[in-house]
Design a protein around this ligand. Structure first.
Ligand SMILES: NC(=O)c1ccc[n+]([C@@H]2O[C@H](COP(=O)([O-])OP(=O)(O)OC[C@H]3O[C@@H](n4cnc5c(N)ncnc54)[C@H](OP(=O)(O)O)[C@@H]3O)[C@@H](O)[C@H]2O)c1
Length: 255
């Protein structure tokens, strides 16, 4: 018998999977046994990521998609159904931050943050849920952020979108529970990405933050993936509507 933490025999879509966290989620899910469809906008790095997954012996199809565009999301879901037969898991990992003080943030930048970090997750979840309803169930996992749990200066639009995302997770969990669809999220703190462009430049206080994190470090991309796998798996079969912080205890602190 499979471990309840295994994804053996499961099929999944992972968005934003061409690099860093989303790619590591796809690789770890493949190691856990899942066959995948992965998406991002740029075809070349996406196909390279898909090839890395295939090297692990799993099926992986790259479908270049802008998840902010409802028609492209529909096409992605149709392609995934055609390629994989069913969609057991959706991981919404596509997302990014614009790091600026609120007074410098342009209206377009606000809209960009909300469209990618909140609206696109709704579009993908809704499109996949219609397949999951036909199938009799499924599991959706969103990648949120601790920026949505606590104030994060210079990330007002991103933080507000991620806070909205965690609320959306609760609402969809309540609406779709009757269809046996679970909806959950992980909220990573600072993800330890080896060469995230400009990261330390934008966060000169990062070391000071790490010094104040109870576990003393950022979260590794693999640890984010394992949180996602837990929520996607049968091991979390009675868990829905929750967001699990993966932050070394950072959000527990008063100040
Ligand atoms: N980095 C952190 O410290 C941190 C902390 C907490 C939470 N998170 C969250 O973790 C997730 C991954 O973060 P990351 O830093 O690893 O991301 P990243 O390096 O910015 O990568 C984002 C991924 O999403 C894709 N993407 C961006 N816009 C897209 C769109 N419109 N349609 C489809 N795909 C799109 C990108 O590929 P293309 O450009 O080719 O589309 C790429 O594959 C995000 O949701 C982020 O908010 C990150």
């Amino acid at each position: 018998m499979n471990s309840p933490f295994s994804l053996e025999g499961k099929t999944a879509i992972v968005t934003g999977a061409s690099r860093w966290t989303g790619k590591v989620i796809a690789l770890e899910m493949a190691k856990a046994g899942a066959d995948l469809v992965i998406c991002a906008r740029k075809p070349k790095p996406l196909e390279a990521a898909a090839e890395e997954v295939r090297q692990l012996g799993r099926r992986c199809v790259a479908v270049p998609t802008d998840v902010e565009d409802a028609a492209q999301v529909e096409a992605l879901v149709n392609k995934a159904k055609e390629e994989l037969g069913r969609i057991d898991i959706l991981v919404n990992s596509a997302g990014t931050d614009i790091i600026k003080p609120s007074m410098d943030l342009a209206e377009k930048e606000w809209d960009d943050m909300v469209r990618l970090n909140l609206k696109s997750h709704f579009l993908c979840s809704k499109a996949v849920a219609s397949v999951m309803i036909e199938q009799g169930g499924g599991s959706i996992v969103d990648v949120a952020s601790t920026a949505g749990l606590r104030a994060s200066p210079t990330s007002s639009a991103y933080g507000a979108a991620k806070a909205g995302l965690m609320h959306l997770v609760m609402t969809l969990a309540v609406e779709w529970g009757k269809h046996n669809i679970r909806v959950n999220a992980v909220a990573p703190g600072f993800i330890a990405i080896p060469v995230h462009p400009g990261y330390l430049e934008h966060f000169p206080h990062l070391k000071a933050i790490y010094d104040r994190v109870p576990l003393g470090r950022g979260v590794n991309m693999e640890e984010v993936a394992w949180g996602v796998i837990y929520l996607a798996s049968e091991a979390a079969g009675n868990t829905t509507g929750v967001t699990i912080p993966l932050d070394g205890g950072m959000t527990c602190m008063l100040g």
